[in-house]
Design a protein around this ligand. Structure first.
Ligand SMILES: [Fe+2]
Length: 291
């Protein structure tokens, strides 16, 4: 059995901007304490380590641009502070996948070097295969690129090779942006901004590869307007979507969403994703799957 922490959307802001309303530090501390209390074996940090706002504490007008931060001070410091928090507070190992806010890649790389933090990768543990995907594998300076969640060709190739190599091993996927529509959460996955922002653009291509193997469960985050959580099974693969942890950058714990953890038991052939909703102070089951 493995218990895996799912810590998505922590939205940490550097102390250079301490007191700034976007700071997710306290909520993240509460979430990490819950994962430690539940004795997770390891944790997935599921993207959006830093937050959307870029330049300075007193200037939100330059939303999603790098203007006023030519030296990338804030990007860098956000990543530094997030890493310090994860290193100091999580009792067990963690693995990072990037989100749309974890940009630009070259600054991310200064804090999370390629040698120790590959952008996409996989490993086997306790009879299961765990695959980590990057739904925003671009440099990401410009606002427009934030709406282009996609799984790149090299990642699709990795998935194809994995399914060729062993189509039977139970496989679990972690990605920031959803790989399926979640009509159980909201009907609207098509119109305007939503259509390009909330889902991985080439999700049908990814689903097809996942269906070639024994993919059990996909965990994602990113969906932020506090419309809840859900799980949805498409052609045998269950896609789980948590309630966004730090809600629209609001540091108030009463408004916080889910920290999750997943039990994978290859003996009983069963996986369960549970959540703790920090704002509501309640626990529940988000998704189950057996094979
Ligand atoms: Fe996101």
């Amino acid at each position: 059995m493995r218990r895996i922490g799912l810590l998505y959307d922590i939205h940490i802001v550097s102390e250079l901007r301490s007191g700034y309303r976007q700071d997710g530090v306290e909520i993240t501390e509460t979430a990490i304490d819950k994962l430690n209390e539940r004795d997770v074996d390891w944790t997935v940090v599921g993207g959006d380590l830093r937050t959307y706002i870029t330049p300075t504490a007193d200037s939100a007008e330059t939303l999603a641009t790098w203007e006023g931060d030519e030296n990338n001070v804030h990007y860098r410091q956000d990543f530094v502070r997030a890493k310090e928090l994860l290193d100091e507070r999580l009792q067990e190992d963690y693995y990072i996948i990037r989100g749309n806010n974890d940009r630009p890649i070259d600054i991310y790389r200064e804090v999370f070097p390629a040698k120790n933090y590959p952008l996409w990768f996989w490993f086997e543990d306790a009879g299961a295969r765990f695959v980590f995907l990057d739904s925003n594998p671009h440099q990401g300076y410009h606002h427009l690129t934030e709406t282009q969640n996609f799984v790149s060709a090299p990642q699709l190739s990795m998935l194809d090779r994995l399914m060729d190599r062993d189509p039977d091993i139970p496989t679990f996927v972690f990605i920031h942006a959803p790989l399926a529509k979640h009509p159980e959460v909201t009907e609207d996955w098509e119109s305007g901004y939503r259509g390009s922002y909330y889902i991985t653009a080439n999700y049908p291509a990814v689903q097809r590869v996942l269906e070639r193997g024994n993919t059990i469960l996909v965990n994602s985050g990113h969906f932020f307007p506090d419309e809840g959580r859900g799980s949805n099974t498409v052609r045998g693969v269950t896609y789980a979507l948590g309630r966004h942890l730090v809600r629209s950058g609001d540091p108030d714990e009463r408004n916080a969403g889910d920290v999750r953890w997943m039990d994978v038991d290859t003996e009983t052939r069963r996986a369960v994703v549970r959540y703790y909703d920090i704002g509501e102070d309640e626990e529940g089951v988000l998704a189950t799957s057996s094979w």
